[in-house]
Design a protein around this ligand. Sequence first.
Ligand code: AHR
Length: 717
Amino acid sequence: MKKNTFEKHIFSICFLTVGLLCFVTSGANAQTPKLTLDLSKTGAKVSPMLYGLMTEEINHSYDGGLYAELIRNRIFKDNSTKPEGWSLVQEDTTTRATIKLVAADPNNISYDEGRLAINEALTTCLRLTVQKSGSLAGIANEGYWGIPVKPSTAYKASFYLKGTGSTPMRRFGPPQGGGTAPSAPTIENNTAGPITVTIESNDGKIVYATGIINLEKSNFWKKYELTLTTGADVKPTTNARFVISTNRSGLYYFNMVSLFPPTYNNRPNGDRIDLAKMLKDMKPKFLRFPGGNFLEGPDLASAFPWKSTLGLIENRPGHKGSWGYRPTDGMGLYEFLMWCEEMGADPLLAVYAGYSLNGDHVDAGPLLKPYVDDALDEIEYVIGDVNTYWGAKRAADGHPAPFKLTYVEIGNEDWFDRTNSYDGRFTQFRKAIEAKYPQLTCISTIADAQYPDLKVTSGKKPAVFDEHYYRSSWDMWENASQYDSYDRNGPKIFVGEWATREGAPTTNLNAALGDAAWMTGMERNSDIVIMSCYAPLFVNVNTPTATAPKAWQWDSDLIGYNALNSFGSPSYYVQKMFSSYLGDVIVPTTAENIPTQNRPATPQRPNSQNAAPAKPKAVPTIFYSATKDAKTGTIYLKVVNTLGKVQPVQINLKGVGKVASKAAMVVIKGAKPEDTNTITEPVKIVPITSTVKGVAPTFTQKLAPYSVTILSLQSGK
Ligand code: AHR
């Protein structure tokens, strides 16, 4: 449908209410809503990249989410005053032991050899002091809201450890500037010998998996690795901790303590299997990363530091992050790219463009040049051949072949920068990127339609605009047709973040109905809406505990999880349905008799970036789009019913020739708009597949209350 859109629905409805028009066709009365799919016309092509994913470190999307690492605060930098996530464990009180954060010295100038830093990234370590041994004493990590224990599972543990006594070291002489070496009670160095490593219940009573490493007598850090395997009879639980303990006195220094369960595709430093599978099931065509606000950082110094996210995890210091906690950067640039590869998705790389969340920006010109150069380096890492500096680094990291890259986004939501500096910044980035990589297309984060006063005016118009929409279901229903009237010759649209924000932490059925309506509008117009991705993708649903904060910062997310289990929101299933049942050409479709409901006036629009009051308005209650697979002849008709009652729809397949009398139908529905899935009720609202009989060139399909229906109609080609 192009022209015959919402206006036409309204026209038809008004016309019918005064009784001037009467359609009588098989099985349908005059008021029956009617969809006519014109198969005699060749519609525009569906964008092959229409549905993708957007990701950033928010809501513990990676640490405590997709990134499979189980140890919280593995390099002890989350909080400079206390070892968050860590505690002392003692088998009994006869052992005198303490734990303390200790600054490691990157310059190796220390009286305490245990403090020598492993490298420049690991500048804090955890010291376990055992003054008098009797029984086991050690350090315990609580994980990200628990360590997930599963039966017959092999966990790979690794850590740096060094054991010393407390006698001050003489090797480096007195401190610079004079003085004497610090004094402390002498603790004998008995540290060499067996060290016990366990995954155990939080009260220590049940040991789920155990192993031993042999701590060597050495004055230097050493990395120890072992595998801990649970028994077949273990019951899944998150009520577990990871413990490293000793029965000897001494000073024990720990750093980069890591524990990985099996990962998706067994990739080292890889992803959690259940979540990766859920993403793969969505059949995403691209992945927009690394943000979002996470790209920009809270200030200019804290933008996504892609260079220090590469290589061995012990070389990654992590950084400040944008959502109130410190990301490990275990999910680094290379891991994003491997994630794309594992999903069969193209990377859509967002590069930092010199604007951060506190409102600071770098003006275009010489000051911006280092940022532009950094983006060029980053692109070289992604697509440079192995003879380039950064291409060689990528090869060394394990991927000699360049990745596929078509789109580079310059910044994120630069409309927040009301100084109008984006025009200059975008232009400088675009010029440099296109000069070196003419095959790449730069995306502007300011779209003419959304921010006409801030748009990029220098040089040619950007080829692609990124539009963001966070809305209520009313807003989605009201605006689902907005792309019907976009200029067909204007820039292409990337809807790089959008969501119907109802339900928390994950969305509810009503949000999914808003999403589906909105998606029909994008799909019908996928000649200009070339890409779209929902946000945020992930949420760790844990609520606060005595030692750990609430896991999420943003309500209404797509996929929820705790340490052990995960679930899709109704919105997740709608996403999956839309991308799984999609043709490659748009079928021009017109609608008649679409009933409306009245949107009430509200002084504000909840959960919306649009602050304007909502006016009362009649909005449609049925939304639709149709695409066809040109090779197989399958027509995918998507129809959304936002009302709590059955709505029959007459479907006319104009010019279809033959159509199979049976069709596959997939429906997601629920009894109440606020119905949802949760960690304890994960599959309340899921799609159900069935077969529909009686399909003909004209037939009537009943739409269930509060439902999204997709019919796969088999036509002759
Ligand atoms: O998706 C959550 C946030 O919303 C993103 O980080 C930001 O780009 C937008 O404002």
